[in-house]
Each structure stands twice: as C-alpha cells, then as structure tokens.
Design a protein around this ligand. Structure first.
Ligand SMILES: Nc1ncnc2c1ncn2[C@@H]1O[C@H](COP(=O)(O)OP(=O)(O)OP(=O)(O)O)[C@@H](O)[C@H]1O
Length: 259
C-alpha cells in the first residue's frame, strides 16, 4: 500500500488538442500532493492520467510515462481496470450509486473486482472502509438505507469509503470539497490528513488555504495563453511554494494577482 508515482515527459491530448505539455514530477508515497493553477491549465487532465481515467473520453490519449513504484501504468500489457483498482478516485460531486444502500455502495468496487466475498468478510470490509472514511459512527445503524439519503458531506465520505474499500495504493481527489459546506469541508480535510498515513494522496484544489492546510507538496500548473497546452511551472514543498516560490507566475497566482 501507498506507492510513489514518477511522471516522466507526460503529454496529454484530446484528439488534436494538446492539453498538457511535458510534465515530469515525482509524487511521494504517504504524503499529500496538491495540484493548483488557474482554470483550464490541465490539473484534472493530469490527475486523470494517473489512473488512465482519461481513456474513457473518446479521442483522449497521452504519451510519456506514469510509474507506480517503478511500473509504467502505460507499459505493454498493463490493464486499465487493474490500474484503477490500484489508483482510486474521488470526484468533485459526491456520486454514490443512488439505488444502492450505504453498505452496497461501499462494496460496489469490491464486487466488480472479485467473484465471491463471504457475508462476514463483507461486514468487516464495510466497517473498516467506513471507519477509515470517518463515517462509521454516523451510519452504522442504517447501513441498509440508501446512500443518497446522506448529507452532501456524508455522501462524499461514503465515496471515499467506496474508493478505499478496495485498498488502493493511491487516492486521487478532484476538488473533493467544492460542492460542500465549510463544516463538511473541514471534516474531509481532517480525513485527508489521516488517509495519507496509508495512501499516497493527490488532490486538485482551487482553494489556496486548503492546499496549504492539507498538502505536503504543491505543484503549480499554468497556461501561457488560451489554446496553448498547460504546463507544470514548479513543484516543491508546500511551505516553500507558498512562502518563496521560484517563479514569478507562481507568486502572482498564490497572491491572487491572476487566475
Ligand atoms: N473531455 C474533454 N474534451 C476536450 N477537451 C477537454 C476535455 N476535458 C478538458 N479539456 C480541455 O483540456 C484543458 C485542461 O482542462 P482541465 O479540466 O484539465 O483543466 P483544469 O486545470 O482542471 O481546470 P478547472 O480548474 O477549471 O477544473 C482545457 O482546455 C479543457 O477545455
């Protein structure tokens, strides 16, 4: 569990559109890495290539390497479904399966991955994943009720439970708090602190305070002009990026002068 990622010379395209140019960076294990940058610079695009999720978009492809503890996720014979099991994802809007109970939602990924799980093992997995997502105490007495009956913040924690139930190595989060109120946001941020003990976490956020609160490392992406590909401008320890960035564009972005 918890593996490092090494991105090498990654270029990403949507058909003929070159969306992101030549990204190389390391993402350490057992740490939180934040992707920041103005709208359209390619943060979500890069995030999606870390578990080959961009491949569900017709025409989208990338070149270069994404190595998970040394294994290239784009190497010959590597199965995209197996990759998504190792590298889980949580989206902007909580998206529990509406017709499924809380318990079924947690087990949804497991059932896709393995044939039969005994009832007692299912109970263990559900309790462990919901506890890991800080939701167990709130839902343990209503596991058979629909997941869609929970509050927005609870639904997002349910989605995190669903993602961690399959015990991935990496957890990708694409603006996981953008649809949540401030209290639910703080609950998710606290949870992210705990998750990094077990998982490598990568989070896209527009919220500078959030990047500073939750991440150990920050990567700043930028776009020279509309129609140009997004680029990684700099990556470093979060404190350094926010106190003494090397690039003028980073300084302007974190001080709110553009974006
Ligand atoms: N499915 C898609 N098909 C075609 N182009 C896309 C697709 N998704 C994103 N793009 C384009 O790729 C570029 C990068 O988009 P992306 O969503 O990765 O940026 P972002 O930095 O995450 O933006 P935001 O902060 O607004 O979410 C943009 O020009 C966008 O229009």
């Amino acid at each position: 569990m918890s593996k490092r990622i090494d991105i090498k010379n990654l270029d990403i395209y949507y058909g003929k559109f070159h969306a992101v140019k030549n990204v190389s960076m390391a993402i350490p294990a057992r740490a939180v890495t934040a992707f920041i940058g103005s709208s359209g610079c390619g943060k979500s695009t890069v995030l999606r290539t870390l578990n080959r999720m961009h491949e569900v978009i017709p025409g989208a492809y990338c070149t270069g390497e994404v190595n998970l503890d040394g294994t290239n996720l784009y190497g010959k014979g590597v199965d995209a479904v197996a990759v998504r099991r190792m590298v889980g994802m949580v989206f902007q809007r909580p998206n529990p399966f509406p017709t499924m109970s809380i318990k079924e939602n947690v087990l949804a990924g497991m059932k896709l991955n393995s044939k039969r799980i005994s009832a007692s093992r299912q109970d263990e997995i559900v309790e462990k994943a919901l506890s890991g997502a800080n939701l167990w105490n709130e839902v343990k007495d209503r596991l058979d009720k629909p997941g869609s009956g929970l509050s927005g913040g609870q639904q997002q924690r349910l989605c995190i439970a669903r993602a961690i139930a399959v015990e991935p190595d990496v957890l990708l989060m694409d603006e996981p708090c953008s649809a949540l109120d401030p209290i639910s946001t703080l609950a998710i941020e606290d949870l992210i602190h705990e998750l990094k003990e077990k998982f490598t976490v990568v989070i896209v956020t527009h919220n500078m305070q959030q990047a500073q609160r939750v991440s150990d490392q920050t990567a700043f992406f930028n776009l020279k002009a509309v129609g140009e590909p997004g680029e990684l401008i700099e990556v470093g320890e979060t404190e350094q990026i926010f106190t003494s960035p090397e690039h003028e564009d980073t300084e302007r972005y974190i001080t709110g002068q553009f974006g």
